[in-house]
Design a protein around this ligand. Sequence first.
Ligand code: FES
Length: 580
Amino acid sequence: MTDGTNPRGMRKGLTRYGDEGFSLFLRKAFIKAMGYSDDALERPIIGIADTGSDYNACHASVPRLVAAVKRGVMLAGGLPMAFPTISLHESFSHPTSMFLRNLMAMDTEEMVRAQPMDAVVLIGGCDKTIPAQLMAAASADVPALVLPTGPMMTGHWRGERLGACTDCRRFWGMYRAGELDDEEIEDVNDRLAPTAGTCMVMGTASTMACMTEALGMMLPGGATIPAVHADRERFAERTGRRAVEIAAEDLRPERIMTRDAFHNALVTLQAIGGSTNGLVHITAVARRLGIGIDLEEFDSIGRRVPVLVDLKPSGDHYMEHLHDAGGLNAVLRELRSELRTEAFTVSGRTLGENIEIGDRVPGQTVVRTRSDPIHPSGGMAVLRGNLAPGGAVIKHSAASPRLLDHTGRAVVFDSLADLAARVDDPDLDVEPDDVLVLRGAGPKGAPGMPEAGYIPIPKKLAARGVKDMVRLSDARMSGTAFGTIVLHVTPESAIGGPLALVETGDRIRLDAGARRLDLLVPEEEITARRERWTPPPPHPGSERGYLRLFLDTVTQADRGCDFDFMGRPGPSSVRPAPGA
Ligand code: FES
């Protein structure tokens, strides 16, 4: 179990007592208290990050997945050892799960490194979990495979198919507009999330699962198998088997997550009409490996690669339909000429080889061809301008086309509290052509850059039938949301970004075609406002603990909102392949 220089299995990472023989003796004495034999303890050890939690319905199936992974590990001659890590659910994380993503990444990285394991299976699913696990895998550099919990099945209400959480927002909007009564909205609430698993639209969880498959850190096919299908457990078993092999091969994440692999993930993000969060997360993962994500390059991929997947919120279907249509492989096959197919994956094959052996589903209509896409360009565009010198993003595939070239009067909300207090005030001076601006909602400002970018349409306009307005903020947005919404305005207002200088009544111009976002105020006036600007007061409790670490070290969205000391120095950008 050891080659003398590279300890394996139980001999790995011995606790330091100053006597390695004693450290191993003691370790084995304690592990034997759980009934393990010497034969078991001589096997390669496969750690399994168990993120089951009573607070996390998206991970309700994790106990079954852990059992299936263990079966696979044992069938391949390894010793499976599950261990708990932080688990994050979107609706049970105050103030926002993004605040805790870096903590989960640290927890996972340190436990993978501290405990003896020759490879690890990372069971994730809900939005921030797979990003945290990929960040951890990149830094720990222990052979690793990601196993997603898989998407939920859809529900139905009065004959209409429902999905979390695009339809959560749609029905809530109808309720706010008075189109549904209290009883009806409660009825809908019962049916939006009918099974275990992650949100079944192309939200952040589905986006990250697809990007992880394209990145090569998951076995082929794993992104889309529904959480409650028996095949999900067979996939988990396969993952466990393969984990034993990658332990023997010492196939580390650094060999998988290369510049080419990140390019493939970015192409996928554009083609699936994925969540804007996917860009922030993949930037954080890449930065852990010293690879920079070039926003202009991402935008240029979007100009070449159309949205191919007909899934909500950009289209009509749900993840179970994408699975039935051949899963992500059907998308990758159609994108082949844009991908770097020589990128190696945890399957032991290249991405191109995986694509060749994947299922083909004749006659399916969920994954379109490049000549007949859902949206003529990629899902996302990167904006620059005097309001966003560090960049901003818009998911234009889920926006109202008429608003993508729009100039309007700013109506400014200073914080989330200000938004909550005033947005539904019948006296709020707001018209449908105005631009709603929310600030104080960035990585340091909120803190944690919550998914508040989906600013609600003011009630009095919603009641008049207004469904969409141009909205912009330094916040993020759920991948399940839709509308003409500009996000991740960088630098954020809390550190004095130009967003801090906007005043109600200013004119703002969004020109998504030209990739511009501008405050139409004379430069001298902007300079005068900057000189008068004072930073917001410190957050309560920010003098200590995790909040202090977060506020002191979190980076802006263009660097992935990771802690500044977690990346590798000297990022080199993801660049297009010759001829791409
Ligand atoms: Fe967990 Fe949507 S709330 S994936």
